[in-house]
Every structure is written in C-alpha cells, then in structure tokens.
Design a protein around this ligand. Sequence first.
Ligand SMILES: Nc1ncnc2c1ncn2[C@@H]1O[C@H](COP(=O)(O)OP(=O)(O)O)[C@@H](O)[C@H]1O
Ligand SMILES: [Mg+2]
Length: 309
Amino acid sequence: MPTIVDIQNLRKSYAGGFEALKGVNLEIEQGEILALLGSNGAGKTTLISTICGITTATSGKVTVGGHDIKDDFRAARSMIGLVPQEINLEPFERVLNTVRFSRGLFGRPADEAVLEKILRQLSLWDKKDSQIRELSGGMKRRVLIAKALSHDPKVLFLDEPTAGVDVELRKDMWEIVAGLKASGVTIILTTHYIEEAEAIADRIGVIAKGELLLVEEKDALMARMGKKQLEVQLTEPITEVPLTLQSPDVELSADGRSLIYTYDTNAERTGITKLLSKVAESGLVLQDVATRQSSLEDIFVDLLKEDAA
Ligand SMILES: Nc1ncnc2c1ncn2[C@@H]1O[C@H](COP(=O)(O)OP(=O)(O)O)[C@@H](O)[C@H]1O
Ligand SMILES: [Mg+2]
C-alpha cells in the first residue's frame, strides 16, 4: 500500500525546553488502521497535534497525501479529520447543525446528502435535531467523529477515542472504526489499552517518552509477545546441540554453556518437561535454568507499570 502520511525525524520541544518528540519516523499506509500505543505523557497527543497543525514542530518533515504540512498546510489539512481527546462541543447546538458547521469551516460546499450519510453511518440520524447536551457521552463522541468526517477526509486521527468509556461503548467504537476503514478511510488512533490495539489495529506502534520504539504488523507482534525463552545452563560447555535435542526451537549459546529453548506461552504444552528430560538423557548436567521474556513484552510490562503509577 502507498504511504499516505510520511513523518520524518519529527521533533517537538515545548516552551521551557521539554522535548516531547525526539525524532519520530513513521510511514502510515493508505487504508490501514494504525494504533499508537503508549502511556500517559508518552507524546501521542503531541504527535497527532503536530501532524494536524495544532502545534508546530521544532524540526522534521511531515507530508499528508504528498502535501507538506508547513508549505502546503491547507491542502494537507483538508485531507485530515481529527477527533480530539477532549469533548469540546457547544451544549445548546443541535447535532446536524454542528456537523454542517464543521464542513463549512473547511470551505466545502453545503451538501445535505453527505451530512445524512455520515450521521447514518454513526447511528446519529435520529438524533440530528437533538441538542448536544441531551446526548449521552457515547453519542457525543460519535458527534465528534461526524464533525471530523464532515469534509470527507482521507485520514482520520482518533485521540484516545475510548479513554474512560465503558466496555460496551468501547466495542461500539471498535465497530465504528472498522466501518470507517471499510469505507476507505485511513485511521490512526492512540490508546493506552493493549487490548484495544489488539482488537482493531492492522499495525501497532509503541511510543514512550517521545520515541517510537517500534511499529509492526499486529499479528507478528502478538505472536512475538507470546514467546518466552528458557535458558538451560550446563556445568560443562558443549560444541553442538545433541542430536535428540536438535530442533528449530533449540539453540546453543555462543559460549557453549547454555541451551536456549524458545517456546510459546499461549500453547497448550510448552514442551519444557520433555526438553529437560531429553537434556538428562543426553548425559548433560544442569547447573541452572532461567527464563526470560522477549524484549517486546518487557516494553509492554513497562508501559503497564507506568500506567499503574
Ligand atoms: N503545551 C505543553 N507545554 C509543555 N509541555 C507539554 C505541553 N503539552 C504536553 N506537554 C508534555 O509533553 C509530554 C507528552 O504529552 P502528550 O503528547 O499529551 O502525551 P500523551 O498524549 O501520550 O499522554 C508530557 O510530558 C506533557 O506533560
Ligand atoms: Mg494524549
């Protein structure tokens, strides 16, 4: 898929010198759902705000649909829909009017059919004449999405669309996002819920302390997250893995003092018992065993710890 948003070496220092983005590189593919996963303060909102032109970058380059956000801001911005983290709606305004007004702000010609399509897509059509203050929290979030979609953007940013939302509404939101993707919109959402990224993303980017630690296909990431390694330390070094133990999952460490067995924590059987009995049968003498998790899992564990703090 072609790149629709291209972010190169993006840096942002706030007044006072705090560096909220430390050189982010990211290519967002047309048609994908990308989840940016990170704890509070990681820099997610700063990243989105910079792409959308709400804050200015200190350095670096961003293009949206080939348009530079600095040199060609109007063209770039017209391709973007933004659903902000905070609900910022006029309480006495009516739903349809609110969305109509947003379209006008982008200089798009009035088009009642487009507004109707958007409101129907978000199950808001029967609320079109309701005042915002009469709506539930979940409905208000839908109105924010409708506003963001009012000018037919190709890329939609959703900043923590389900923060503080109950499980039921969260699932509604996931369905809405899936529907938007099906209608051809590229979606970038931020979240601090691993389950959310897992449920809806095609790719997941992990952001921490202003740095993008990784971006990867969700399926590959999830497969890797479930892996663990068992290190079997031997009293005497060996030069090769004994024949009965040879398998793609068993490796010999460089110093020959340990066998490294990689297994899937989600599998019904880990194979550890079998491995250890084969080690004994081979006449090898164990000094110690240790397990370790993949570094990715460590990243996630750290993220969760920060969230809990
Ligand atoms: N206007 C600002 N001035 C100074 N620091 C800010 C400002 N906005 C955000 N920050 C800081 O930048 C960091 C990243 O914030 P933010 O992008 O909102 O993170 P996230 O959305 O991932 O929670 C935080 O440490 C935050 O305190
Ligand atoms: Mg934020």
